[in-house]
Design a protein around this ligand. Sequence first.
Ligand code: NAI
Ligand code: MG
Length: 342
Amino acid sequence: MKRKVLVIEGDGIGKEVIPEAVKLLTLLGDFEILKGDAGLECYRRCKEFLPRETLEKAEESDIILFGAVTSPKGVKDYKSPILTLRKTFNLYANVRPINNFGLLRLEGYLGKNKFLDVKNVDLVIIRENTEDLYVGFERELYDIAIADRVVSKKASERIVRFAFEYAKENKRKRVSCIHKANVLKVTDGLFLKTFYEVAKNYKIEADDYLVDSASYLLIKEPERFDVIVTTNMFGDILSDEASLLLGSLGLAPSANIGERKALFEPVHGSAPDIAGKGIANPMAAILCVAMIFDYIGEKEKGNLIREAIKHCIEEGKVTKDLGGSLKTHEVAEEIIKYVTNY
Ligand code: NAI
Ligand code: MG
């Protein structure tokens, strides 16, 4: 039976980049494609940000490809569709590859005529997606605000094992645990201890860093890192920091993986400032398709897509955010040309 993929374009540039990604998905694979609605435009039409019908389609799908949604301003009780999907299907592992495809010099990134030289960056951040401070146990006691932090042995073991299995499958050399166990002795202490217990079962290098020093080294010496595994909030912050090494959010894909289902989405949002102009970089969405092929065990197709993207970057066949002048669909056409001539 064909695998079912639910495609949710969402708002803004989600509607521009996802259709290009779907072209690669259907060109290289044999899937049954379902379509689902979500986001702000959907809310304006049907008063729901994530209609029940979309959730039902998600339930029957194996894979979800999600574009981006615009968060509403001033809507009370807004629940982000993406958070709802993560929670509903217990997508416990967030995977963010940070690969700049050899892009060396980021121009103007620190201001006009300033350059940031970045070596070949190719690392992956794996973040626990269900616990930590984000469980939302917050309360007020008079004028003191308190938040509980939850780290369980079970969830720690699951994410660390996921990281080592990921390293093994992708021939990565090292897994680094990022934590603050010197201060958070109980919670991060448990996470770190679990990390080294699980590490013993693998022939892969294992080391650890304190989060403050890791956030400095991530920019200064990114080549130090290979696979990073960390708790929810540190992972949230470090993965946005690491996106800086890409020069554009248009190169950052992500996956949220559970036991039975997985959701893939570009890291960027709906980018209202460029939406409707046809200039959004489709590479992040297309890299999500590469991750879908990795996920279903067709790694050679994933690699072919990444090779095509590297080729386009080297040839300057890129959108404005990477210094080029191609339109969204033209970049996708170049990628398609590369993978079909292969
Ligand atoms: P954003 O990621 O949409 O845009 C940030 C900047 O990066 C903008 O200047 C944009 O033009 C540029 N950019 C982003 N993706 C690009 C691409 N593919 N090609 C070229 N340039 C690109 O973040 P922003 O502006 O903070 O948020 C806009 C809306 O998106 C908000 O309503 C926000 O809540 C929502 N959002 C949704 C996310 C999701 O659906 N997962 C994630 C992040 C933001
Ligand atoms: Mg974030």
